[in-house]
Design a protein around this ligand. Structure first.
Ligand SMILES: NC(=O)c1ccc[n+]([C@@H]2O[C@H](COP(=O)([O-])OP(=O)(O)OC[C@H]3O[C@@H](n4cnc5c(N)ncnc54)[C@H](O)[C@@H]3O)[C@@H](O)[C@H]2O)c1
Length: 471
């Protein structure tokens, strides 16, 4: 059953539950009357989580406690989704494959602690007007450190040496043989060598910066280099205009680009490090792949390793190369550090709080980035999520005018099929009853949901579910 059909059936069973809350702010003296959203089909009349005005954050997977501690207890109730006491307002997850049926009608945002969001039905969430956030770059330092480690592993036969020590030790020969055998495991230094970095985003730019600090010359290639990443690059780094020219004289090559399941000719990156690119490698080049296994054509890589003294270091499985003497394949460990998990959870929590408490949007994969001016003390913020259709904006402004609301500032952003509006209303000294206003705003054709951001973050949310006002 889809979310909308679930919603319809739930509405029909009149399980929706709402109450009115009047919030006043001590600092401003404002008093604003809004609906308190408590509905949800998992709720079936119970409204424990929402009744106290707290925003219910529900988690799938184990989320780092340092991230969860970013939600102040006075305003947020954090609990595991599987044992939650009521409907969720916000979902936080890592690798859990989210089903549409797990997204309550009360949910207003979802965040993934990590970069990829293919475990979330993003397109469907967009149709429902729910922003999906991620945490790009939160694990960049962890991956960069493993790349630096990979560079050293690929330079000296450290792994072979450790394995040799173990086998000597098992035979009781470690002391006797180890000095004699060390010549088998010689290698080279990275200082003064050239590293080519393909993809200069969060991970690539840090790798380039730190390789320079280790005394390496760095070249790179990235046709979509962002300003933020460019600022992190070492000054004397040489930027090239193709992967082939970047890798041509490199002793080490680090690839840090996304995997897109199409051939490079079709705009994808599947097997992008194939025969042609590899033909430009030096015979003893070390390829570091801590991005995705499928970026490298294993047959072509095997031919390269068989022919010369090159190395392949990677943290993805490969049925063809796992046992090759010149390949070092690790488990997928790039982001597996305590710090990366803490950073991802903290970033996700901060991003969610900015959205819930201020209406700001950053790091969303389906909603437009919306940076907002600081709010004036005497305003009430209203946000509107709508389908990106002509004429909706005019109707939104019209509802404000008809309600006699004076707009202090307004922003309208769009991304694909979705548009997002933030309207700051000048508040009067009189108590403001915004219930009718919110209903009119929400029921505009094309509007999916509205929020009145005032007082406790768990309140003031309404949805237009196929023409039904759900609050
Ligand atoms: N090993 C791990 O555990 C691990 C962890 C995190 C990320 N990753 C992988 O690392 C990749 C990079 O992560 P990030 O956080 O730096 O991503 P990012 O989005 O910050 O950077 C990717 C960069 O690659 C560039 N790019 C895209 N296609 C390119 C191409 N054909 N040639 C050159 N540059 C190209 C983009 O312009 C962008 O600047 C991710 O896509 C992910 O697959 C692996």
């Amino acid at each position: 059953m889809t979310l909308l059909s679930l919603q319809r059936s739930t509405v029909a069973k009149t399980l929706w539950n709402s109450r009115t809350r009047v919030f006043s702010s001590k600092s401003t003296g404002l008093s604003v009357d809004v609906e308190h959203f408590t509905a949800g089909w998992n709720n079936a009349g119970g409204d424990n989580a929402a009744a106290n005005g707290k925003c219910s954050v529900q988690t799938f997977n184990k989320i780092s406690p340092s991230g969860l501690s970013r939600f102040p207890e006075s305003y947020y109730k954090v609990e595991a989704a599987e044992s939650a006491s009521g409907p969720a307002n916000v979902l936080l997850l890592r690798s859990h494959k989210l089903q549409e049926s797990e997204v309550d009608v009360t949910v207003r945002a979802i965040a993934r602690c990590g970069a990829g969001t293919n475990n979330i039905p993003v397109a469907r969430m967009t149709q429902l007007g729910i922003p999906v956030f991620n945490t790009p770059g939160a694990n960049a330092n962890a991956v960069k450190e493993l790349i630096l480690c990979g560079m050293l592993l690929g330079s000296r036969r450290i792994v072979d040496g450790v394995n040799h020590m173990k086998s000597l030790g098992e035979k009781g020969l470690a002391r006797e043989r180890v000095e004699k055998d060390k010549a088998m495991f010689g290698g080279r230094e990275i200082h003064g060598k050239t590293l080519a970095v393909v993809g200069l985003g969060h991970i690539g730019s840090l790798t380039a910066r730190d390789a320079t600090a280790l005394g390496m010359k760095v070249t790179g290639y990235d046709p979509g280099l962002s300003v933020m990443s460019a600022l992190k690059l070492p000054r004397d780094m040489e930027l090239k205009d193709s992967i082939a020219s970047a890798v041509a004289n490199a002793d080490y090559i680090s690839i840090n680009i996304p995997y897109i399941k199409k051939s490079p000719q079709e705009g994808g990156t599947h097997g992008i490090i194939g025969k042609e690119v590899i033909s430009h490698f030096k015979k003893d080049a070390v390829l570091l792949n801590f991005a995705r296994g499928e970026l490298v054509d294993s047959h072509a890589m095997k031919a390269f390793l068989d022919a010369g003294d090159g190395r392949y270091v990677c943290d993805f499985p490969d049925d063809e190369l796992w046992n090759h003497p010149n390949a070092i394949l690790l488990p997928h460990l790039g982001a597996s550090t305590y710090e990366a998990e803490d950073e991802a959870a903290s970033m996700a929590a901060d991003t969610l709080r900015d959205y819930i408490e201020h209406g700001e949007i950053r790091n969303s994969v389906n909603f437009p980035t919306t940076a907002l001016e600081e709010r004036h003390d005497q305003v009430v913020r209203v946000t509107v999520v709508n389908e990106n259709l002509p004429g909706v904006l005019a109707k939104i402004t019209d509802v404000c005018a008809k309600a006699g609301m004076n707009i202090a500032q307004q922003i309208n952003q769009s991304k694909g099929d979705i548009a997002y509006n933030v309207i700051d209303l000048n508040a009067s000294n009189k108590p403001m009853d915004l219930k009718d206003f919110q209903r009119d705003m929400t029921m505009i054709e094309g509007v999916l949901s509205t929020r009145i951001i005032f007082g406790a973050p768990g309140v003031g949310f309404a949805r237009n579910v196929n023409g039904q006002y759900v609050v």
